[in-house]
Ligand binder design. Structure first.
Ligand code: RUB
Length: 410
């Protein structure tokens, strides 16, 4: 029954949605057909209710390539199978029930090629790389930022002071951590009030534009209320935990952002629950979905550096996609974050390029926020001036403090 969904001589047309998956099973053809059937019009039985006019909606496995372990398969979906502009609907098909099929030993969604008709049904980012660079008046160098640490527990005034020190030290961006929302010790309203006051002060004192990314993640209506509050109070950016908030919530937030015009910073907390395992998807489809819906910048990994797991080639592929031309969907800033410090900056830039936001939490605040922030900024300045980090640190004491503590990674 499932095998009729496999046709290796089928040539998909450009208007079809294509998925690439890694599959392991004892009967590959049956399992691959099952994935195509269950993600389109089929089930485990021929059903008497099927009509001849709907056969054209069936998905087709058109490629099966045996690999060292498992098989890479490609499936073509007719676009009529999906409701345009409805990401939960699309994913309930192509990344839904299929992961639970009993006969599979592994199934990972590696890539999604969206056809033009679906791409055009989403807005993409309101603000992208060029808009952010224009706002900050930074032409070429990577942006540098920090995550306020300790991640939870600081009261609003102390939280704002840490942000101020980071901006004064030379950082472009300060963000809340993924699990700060509006807890009793730092309510969202007071957080915004105190921190945006400090942002204004830091901008006046440094003559530079700065970004503050408060975490608005909450139930959707509350998240929108918080985003509007940020706009009303003069903020320029919001952060959202895209995985835990969910794609529908992100779509709604993006709709609102049509008017708010805030930078949308996407944190991916929770992604590893399905990017690291045998069942799930890799970071590339997540980045594609997020860009299509419309984030401005997104955490993508650190290319095998730092504290979080992320392969070098995978991070490079994801980042290249985010920056590539994609119909009218604006390019998006990749963010490298997790266990970073100034000594890593040259290696990160050599691996991932200049269109990058580099963030360090512990790598900044362990040194004293202002010193740590300055060390990060000096590291990107050294790259811009093409001066080796160690040489630059001879005349830049904060960088020297960082290199002495953390070392320098070539
Ligand atoms: C950074 C931090 C971020 C992670 C997220 O803190 O905890 O939330 O980078 O990881 P620190 P990813 O700089 O102290 O490690 O970007 O991989 O999603």
């Amino acid at each position: 029954m499932y095998e009729k969904y496999v046709n290796l001589s089928f040539k998909p047309s450009r208007n079809q949605l294509i998925t690439t998956l890694h599959l392991e099973a004892s009967n590959i053809k049956h399992a691959a057909g099952g994935v195509a059937a269950e993600s389109s019009i089929g089930t485990w039985q021929e059903v008497t209710t099927e009509k001849s006019y709907m056969k054209k909606l069936a998905a087709t496995v058109f490629s099966m390539k045996k690999q060292d372990k498992g098989t890479e398969i490609k499936i073509a979906y007719p676009p009529e199978l999906f409701e345009e502009g409805n990401m939960p609907n699309i994913l309930s098909s192509i990344a839904g029930n299929i992961f639970g099929l009993q006969e599979l030993k592994a199934l990972r969604l590696l890539d999604i090629d969206f056809p033009k008709s679906i791409i055009k049904s989403f807005k993409g980012p309101e603000l992208g790389i060029k808009d952010i660079r224009r706002l900050l008046k930074i032409k070429k160098r990577p942006l540098v930022g920090t995550i306020i640490k300790p991640k939870l527990g600081l009261n609003s005034k102390d939280h704002a002071k840490v942000a101020y020190e980071a901006w004064i030290g030379g950082l472009d961006l300060v963000k809340c951590d993924e699990n700060l929302a509006s807890q009793k010790f730092n309510k969202f309203e007071t957080n915004i009030k105190e921190t945006l006051k400090m942002l204004e002060k830091a901008e006046k004192e440094t003559g530079e534009r700065k970004i503050y990314a408060p975490n608005v993640t909450a139930e959707t209506k509350e998240m929108i209320r918080r985003a509007k509050l940020v706009k009303e109070k003069g903020g320029n950016c919001i952060m959202v935990d895209i995985i835990t908030a969910g794609w529908a919530a992100l779509q709604t937030l993006r709709e609102e952002n049509q008017d708010l015009k805030l930078i949308l910073h996407a944190h991916r907390a929770g992604h590893a629950a399905f990017t690291r395992g045998k069942y799930g998807m890799s970071m590339l489809p997540i980045a594609k979905i997020a860009r299509l819906i419309g984030v401005s910048q997104i955490h993508t990994g650190t290319a095998n550096i730092g504290k979080m797991e992320s392969g070098e080639e995978e991070t490079q592929a994801v980042n290249s996609f985010l920056m590539s031309k994609w119909f009218s969907i604006k390019p998006v800033f990749p963010i490298a974050s997790g266990g970073l410090h100034a000594g890593y900056v040259p290696k990160l830039v050599s691996l991932l390029g200049n269109d990058l936001i580099i963030q360090a939490g512990g790598g900044v605040h362990a040194l004293g926020t202002r010193i740590g922030a300055t060390s990060m900024r000096q590291a990107v300045d050294a790259i811009e001036k093409e001066i080796p980090l160690q040489e630059y640190s001879k005349t830049h004491k904060e960088l020297k403090v960082a290199l002495d503590k953390f070392g320098y990674v070539r």
